[in-house]
Design a protein around this ligand. Structure first.
Ligand SMILES: NCc1[nH]cc(CCC(=O)O)c1CC(=O)O
Length: 315
């Protein structure tokens, strides 16, 4: 038995959502280790500071993770809590992501003061989202709607909706729920309408890979089912070189011990979406992710991706 630590420090971003998530992990740890003092180290990341450009233009999701990793390296923190969706799939030594917690609602939410669903919006109505994944899927199904960029933390985004800048905005349902804003959700987009991002709705815990003590202490927080689903989803992104610069979705669920994985790669304007569905044993999560990625490639995902990547370096 490894002795329980006297203190544990959790590095977290300062946004309300990040704080909720870090406090959630703190409370879970505190319940398992009542003797241990678990505290938060709150940090502002570059991703939080730069709000006037889209994420894909300023270098993607890694921006939200880097400062927290510095705190792990310095020994100022023992663990960092992340929205799994924001954790790059190619996490590298000396970092590791040994624990994934049980997933909450993975769906995207439709938020509006005037409409209940995307279907009920009139032609030309403005929908706010900065996610290429959401944008491409909505454009394909609702070409009559206008998509406009929307950034900032949850409160900022809702403020822009209420000011009338948009007729509706799309946000992760789980973020709204965690902040007690569930009443703002008019409906959730079915996963068939907006396939979620890999890891959406789940939390991941990052540590230094050589902290075997941490691995043991954190193990009781892990959810094996969510871990399998997330592994399959994140494998799709990894094989396809996914980042938030590309419209890519991957969503797995378990049904009677079978893992079902849906994935897609889209042309940002929604003119073409390549989809795959694979299923198999939970223990084959990685192979299923690879299989889905292969299937997408065979159906033409490669052309979409290479065009996006060359456009990226040109701009
Ligand atoms: N894109 C930023 C981001 N990263 C994680 C969440 C919400 C929590 C989650 O999806 O797990 C959000 C907000 C959103 O997409 O609306």
């Amino acid at each position: 038995m490894v002795p329980v630590p006297a203190t544990l420090v959790i590095a977290t971003r300062a946004s309300r959502l990040a704080l909720w998530q870090a406090e959630h992990v703190r409370d879970r740890l505190q319940a398992v280790y009542p003797e241990c003092q678990v505290t938060l180290l709150t940090m502002t990341t570059r991703g939080d500071q730069i709000l006037d450009r889209t994420l894909s233009k300023i270098g993607g999701k890694g921006l939200f993770v880097k400062e927290l990793e510095t705190a792990l390296l310095d020994g100022r923190a023992d663990l960092a809590v992340h929205s799994l969706k924001d954790v790059p799939v190619d996490m590298q030594s000396p970092f590791a992501l040994p624990v994934i917690l049980e997933r909450d609602d993975p769906r995207d939410a439709f938020v509006s003061n005037d409409y209940d669903t995307l279907d009920s919006m009139p032609p030309g109505a403005v929908v706010g989202t900065s996610s290429l994944r959401r944008e491409s899927q909505i454009r394909q199904q609702f070409p009559q709607l206008k998509i406009q960029a929307l950034r900032g933390n949850l409160d900022t985004r809702l403020g822009k909706l209420d000011r009338g800048d948009y007729a509706a905005i799309i946000l992760a349902a789980v973020g709204l729920k965690r902040l007690g804003l569930e009443s703002r959700i008019r409906s959730c987009l079915p996963v068939e309408q907006s396939l979620p991002a890999a890891g959406q709705g789940a939390l991941g815990i990052e540590i230094l890979e050589n902290r075997d003590d941490m691995r043991l202490w954190l193990a009781p927080l892990a959810c094996p089912d969510t871990t399998a689903c997330a592994l399959a989803e994140r494998t799709v992104s990894r094989v396809l070189g996914g980042s938030c610069q590309v419209p890519l979705a991957a969503f797995a669920r378990l049904d009677g011990g079978v893992l079902h994985l849906d994935a897609l790669v889209a042309e940002p304007d929604g003119s073409h979406i390549v989809r795959s569905h694979v299923h198999g044993p939970i223990a084959s999560a990685v192979q299923l992710g690879e299989q889905a990625a292969q299937e997408l490639m065979q159906k033409g995902a490669q052309e979409i991706l290479s065009r996006l990547l060359s456009a990226d370096t040109a701009s």
